[in-house]
Ligand binder design. Structure first.
Ligand SMILES: Cc1cc2nc3c(=O)[nH]c(=O)nc-3n(C[C@H](O)[C@H](O)[C@H](O)COP(=O)(O)OP(=O)(O)OC[C@H]3O[C@@H](n4cnc5c(N)ncnc54)[C@H](O)[C@@H]3O)c2cc1C
Length: 392
């Protein structure tokens, strides 16, 4: 029987455990230095669209949307909200996205292209273009995370919370387990789903991935009157995204492209110490009112700050670490790691159990980077605008 340790109980780690447990993979333990979901996962907006930028991304997202439908049936207290997802573009940004339509056609990804009069209840510039994904929508993290955690416990997965992995153990060039403050644990496979903390954890093993983290935030507000139904929306020309939220609220997130990269200072670091720049909330709500006039004057009720991680080429980093058999990574999902989680978990489970995946994600391999380019990426201070502008 295999022993599998997953470090990180965010959506990536929990989903990996879910797919391993479904395949009755052996003894599965998920370890988090805080409570489950303590990283960016509980802070996410959970928006998902299938209309991405690469063949691997589009194929994996299609699988994610299938899995969300299954999870909505299988997880008590969770349902994917299939509102559709509207991706708005300015006239100058649209040609780059329009160039992807033949890829969507070839892969059978469903989409509609609309002109402004059809965007109701949104208001936007007359030259904007909307790419609508009828299958997109969102997951509410406050429902998804507890539902997934409960399903894992019911399936016999051990979830160790408030337990930090201090070291990934190796012998004879392969991974053998992990060490926490209280104990060591033997493992045939270790899946590292530690997102922004990955660099700190793996540096002692000489494993580096060219990934940068950026602070990101979103808000919830209570409208003055009930809002008309509206889809999740990535309003790129306004630098915001929005979706309906629980109890008739509206959620809005805002890009801060001029922010420099954020280095997690130490292994104990907790995202609750991140702060939001003054004025950002007002700016987000003003832009929301421009996009969705019915949300004008909405009263802010909560805010969430976390991290986004971007790799050197903008694509996720997922798969086995070739120089250390038994070690697997899943991170750098740009601002779409929540959306990706069911597929990312399934792919990681397939790598651990079968050594290969049903969808070709070799372009996401942790080993794909040129060492000197990777070192240069890590050494160069970058603002978020200098990485990839990729949303959900
Ligand atoms: C404000 C905001 C809005 C977002 N909106 C969206 C959205 O609409 N759609 C979308 O798809 N994505 C969105 N994202 C991105 C999404 O949140 C992330 O991509 C996703 O949650 C990453 O999940 P993860 O499980 O990989 O990482 P995390 O959720 O960060 O989990 C990593 C876990 O590892 C644990 N850990 C770290 N080091 C150790 C250690 N040594 N030992 C034990 N545990 C450790 C941490 O405590 C943490 O719980 C948003 C992010 C933010 C911040």
């Amino acid at each position: 029987m295999m022993d599998i340790v997953i470090i990180g109980a965010g959506v990536t780690g929990l989903s990996t455990a879910y797919h391993l447990a479904k395949r009755k993979a052996g003894r599965i333990t998920v370890i988090d230095k805080g409570p489950a979901g303590d990283g960016s996962s509980s802070r996410a907006a959970g928006i998902c669209t299938g209309l991405l930028w690469t063949e691997a991304g589009i194929r994996v997202r299609r699988r994610c949307l299938e899995l969300y439908a299954e999870l909505s049936r299988d997880l008590a207290g969770y349902a994917f909200q299939r509102t559709g997802c509207l991706n708005l573009f300015s006239a100058s940004d649209w040609p780059a996205r329009a160039a992807l339509l033949p890829l969507y056609d070839r892969l059978g990804a469903r989409y509609e292209v609309h002109a402004p009069p059809l965007f109701e209840p949104f208001r936007c510039a007359p030259d904007n273009v909307a790419l609508y994904d009828p299958l997109g929508g969102y997951s509410e993290p406050s429902q998804y995370l507890p539902a997934l955690t409960a399903a894992l416990r019911a399936a016999g997965v051990a979830i160790l919370q408030y337990t930090r992995v201090e070291e990934v153990l190796t012998a004879n060039g392969a991974v053998t387990g992990v060490r926490t403050a209280g104990s060591t644990m033997r493992a045939d496979a270790v899946v590292c789903a530690t997102y922004g903390w990955t660099r700190l954890l793996l540096a002692p093993l000489g494993v580096t991935v060219p990934v940068k983290a950026f602070v990101h935030q979103r808000f919830e507000a209570e409208p003055r009157a009930p809002l008309p139904p509206f889809p999740a929306v990535n309003a790129n020309p306004l630098g915001i995204y929005a979706r309906p939220a629980l109890e008739g609220r509206v959620l809005v997130g805002i890009e801060t492209l001029d922010r420099p990269g954020f280095e997690i200072p130490d292994a104990q670091f907790n995202l609750s110490s991140l702060t939001i720049s003054p004025g950002l909330r007002g700016m987000a709500l003003d832009r929301l009112a421009t996009l969705l006039p019915a949300a004008g004057g909405a009263r802010p009720v909560s805010e969430s700050v976390g991290l986004l991680t971007f790799s050197l080429d903008g694509e996720p980093v997922l798969g086995p670490v070739v120089q250390l058999p038994g070690l697997y990574l899943g991170l750098a999902f740009h601002s779409g790691g929540f959306a990706y989680n069911p597929g990312a978990g399934e792919l990681l489970a397939q790598y651990v159990l079968e050594g290969r995946t049903a969808i070709d994600v070799s372009t996401w391999s942790p080993s794909r980077f040129d060492a000197s380019e990777a070192a240069q990426y890590l050494a160069t201070p970058l603002r978020q605008s200098q990485t990839f502008r990729r949303r959900h």
